[in-house]
Write a protein that binds this ligand. Structure first.
Ligand code: NAD
Ligand code: FES
Length: 268
């Protein structure tokens, strides 16, 4: 059993949980994720490990309550237990000295980009952070992101905080500089827009994908994505892929596949 030892509300739909998971804390690297099953009947959901403390044997996860299971997870209280946490899974982000790196995150993607920005900064890269949300109240983890960015830009769709517009509006102005890598995490349309923008500038762009996952071990095929015309399984080949080669349209369609079941479960 994995015990919830701390729970925090980051915004109206995003929560952070600190969980005891010593074996995972000991091994997990930036960019890796876990698959969580709350109880025997529960579906499995993949969540990026937002931070870990090896000494204390704890990890933290940050999730948006978007469906039946994430809402159920959000209802757990400090002291409650989670049945299974499988991981760490997936390849770690490729951390090396690139030079100047832009880390772009949309919405709850900030939680996932932070461990990567931290590792890239430790590897002596200059990290430019861009975080965006629809409105000021939805911006999360600004303080933490500021800590791991040499420069940080904020965008809100309604202009209530930072620059008015999308993260790509900020990125467009930054791309006039020489940039060596762009790392993007967020909703699929955002990652697609980032990749479309950087393609023209021929800047290597890594995106971290989160398709539907079931077993998390490459057996069920539910997380398949097309990258450069080849089928890849996000759980074992990813989650990071070359953004210029990902078929985002197919990914968006596949994400809609379970919408009916999701609505049925949510109505219960
Ligand atoms: P959102 O729709 O509120 O977007 C957040 C920000 O991303 C926006 O403020 C904007 O700056 C940027 N953005 C969104 N669409 C864009 C576009 N077409 N072009 C350029 N920039 C764009 O995001 P949300 O509500 O936090 O998340 C929506 C969905 O995305 C959720 O279902 C969530 O699970 C998923 N998501 C996936 C990941 C991942 O791991 N890849 C990370 C975060 C969110
Ligand atoms: Fe089953 Fe990836 S989750 S193959």
């Amino acid at each position: 059993m994995f015990n919830v030892i701390k729970k925090e509300i980051l915004n109206q739909s995003v929560k952070r949980m600190v969980i005891t998971a010593p074996d995972i804390a000991n091994k997990v690297l930036p960019g890796q994720f876990v698959v969580i099953r709350i109880n025997e009947e529960g579906e499995r959901i993949p969540l990026t490990v937002a931070s870990c403390n090896k000494k204390k044997g704890i990890i933290s996860i940050i999730f948006q309550e978007v469906g039946f299971t994430t809402r159920k997870l959000g209802r757990l209280k400090e002291g409650d237990a989670i049945l299974d946490i499988l991981g760490p899974l997936g390849h770690a982000a490729e951390i090396k000295k690139y030079g100047k790196v832009v880390c772009v995150a949309g919405g709850v993607g900030v939680a996932e980009v932070i461990p990567v920005a931290d590792a890239l900064q430790r590897a002596h890269n200059k990290v430019i952070g861009i975080i965006g949300a629809r409105t000021k109240e939805l911006i999360i983890l600004e303080k933490e992101m500021r800590l791991f960015s040499d420069e940080l830009y904020i965008a809100t769709n309604d202009g209530s905080y930072g620059q008015e517009g999308l993260v790509t509006d900020v990125l467009r102005s930054i791309l006039e500089q020489k940039i060596d890598l762009v790392y993007a995490i967020g909703p699929v349309p955002m990652m697609e827009a980032v990749a479309n923008l950087t393609r023209d500038y021929k800047i290597k762009t890594i995106v971290s994908l989160n398709p539907v996952m079931v077993d998390g071990t490459g057996m069920c095929g539910s997380c398949r994505v097309s990258v450069g015309g080849e089928t890849k399984f996000c759980c074992v080949d990813g989650p990071d892929f070359d953004g210029h080669s990902v078929d985002f349209r197919e990914l968006a369609e596949r994400l809609k596949l379970f919408n009916n079941q999701e609505s049925e479960m949510s109505a219960r």
